[in-house]
Design a protein around this ligand. Structure first.
Ligand code: MG
Length: 124
């Protein structure tokens, strides 16, 4: 089982990866990408991604477009997707949920809040 972390900020990728590491997720099970198109390549190439943590604002392909694209694929119809973003407006949350995001975390994140969300999906 692998988890894909997508954010154009290396700092945020590292923060998220640290939260995952604290939950004893093996390092080799955590992949990361710096934009939506890089993430899409990984998702097309691998079949073991079971949780996607994705930023909204990124170059090339943003998180919302990535979510819309992968939700059209049979194998990613039900994969949990958590959007982690500074877009906190109610309108944004609604748009993301409509696109197929499973849960939404507003930056700045705390390890505890993100950890609780991740735990909920990993236990399913
Ligand atoms: Mg960003």
């Amino acid at each position: 089982m692998a988890i894909l972390v997508v954010d154009d900020s290396r700092l945020y990728r590292n923060i998220i990866k640290n939260v995952l590491a604290e939950r004893n997720m093996a390092d080799e099970g955590i992949l990361d990408a710096g934009d939506g198109s890089e993430a899409l390549s990984i998702l097309l190439e691998r079949e073991d991604i079971s949780l996607l943590l994705v930023d909204w604002n990124m170059p090339k392909m943003n998180g919302l477009d990535l979510v819309k694209k992968i939700r059209e694929m049979d194998r990613y119809k039900t994969m949990p997707i958590v959007m982690i973003t500074s877009e906190a407006a109610r309108y944004n949350v609604m748009e993301a949920l409509k696109a197929g995001v499973s849960d939404y975390v507003v930056k700045p994140i705390t390890g505890r809040i993100l950890g609780n969300k991740i735990d909920a999906f990993l236990q399913r």
